[in-house]
Design a protein around this ligand. Sequence first.
Ligand code: FE
Length: 356
Amino acid sequence: MKKTLFLLAVAVGTLCLVACGEKSAPKDAAGAAEKPVVAAPAIPADAQLVIYTSRAEQLIKPIAQAYEKETGVKVAFVSDKAGPLMERLVAEGSNTPADIFMVVDAGNLWQASQKGVLQPIESAVLTANVPAHLRDPKNEWFGLSVRARTIFFNKDKVKAEQLSTYQDLASDKWKGKLCLRSSKTVYNQSLVAMLTADDGKEATEQTVKGWVANLAAPEFADDTKLLEAIAAGQCEVGIANSYYYGRLLEKNPNLNVGVFWANQKGKGAHVNISGAGVVKNAKHKPAAVAFLEWLSSEKAQGLFADSNLEFPVNAKIKPNSIVTAWGEFKQSQINVSQAGSGQADAVILMDKAGYK
Ligand code: FE
């Protein structure tokens, strides 16, 4: 019966996949987004590792299957959005069946750490494989893949030489030419938090005001629509996550959109992570640590990063050929935890600047 419920949950989850590599909240699965529910999630009785995740099943299932094939460890997933999963972990407390919390964006991982649902892990393997700026300074979570949030441009209308920094997109020369996704997305909240860490609040507020003044269209609901608007010439430049660009290139290698690595003469382009931490009340802690170590290893990094056209965190592994073609770039070395700690202020700042 438990197995049937789990398969049902998987089937429901598969229908709920969304474009961003995270899944939408299943409306009828346990733990709906509206209110945290503590009802036991459907997990097979023989699961040896339970992962609460916002990542799409299609991305992580093949990786879990590869791990099971190699080690014999049975991995089960409970899928929902990051927020409801965190609430569930808080509500379940020591009764939680979860061993690992796996989501996108350092802001989400930082919040989980703040809520006290993760535990610090001392692992020489993770410390060696995951660069310091892509993991929690307290070792409660670790980046497993990297996405860059950088500048994209219409190749007919803009030359790469005209581009330089996120801040420059606020200058008058881009009036009526810039497209942005909504400020409600955690991706832009993290970007503005990181810019604030670089430039301070006042300067960043001026940057964001300049962006808003330059908008060619109302804020977009997602990165894919924004990139399509750049391709169509509705806007000339915009900011998006690298893997959305990769997905469009997979469909159309002649896409009329170029990627520009922002702030290369300064601090580097803003990067964020998908990552994971071990749950504070994990029942299978050694298995959880072993799985995270495996995910960071040369063996699994290609599989993990390629599944969503991201960059591996482990520097020994090259990205997928589509991603490699974009060339190397300098990443901002600010610890991605600042995307979380600066997020509340970033939301206030964007609101003050009139960024919807
Ligand atoms: Fe996404």
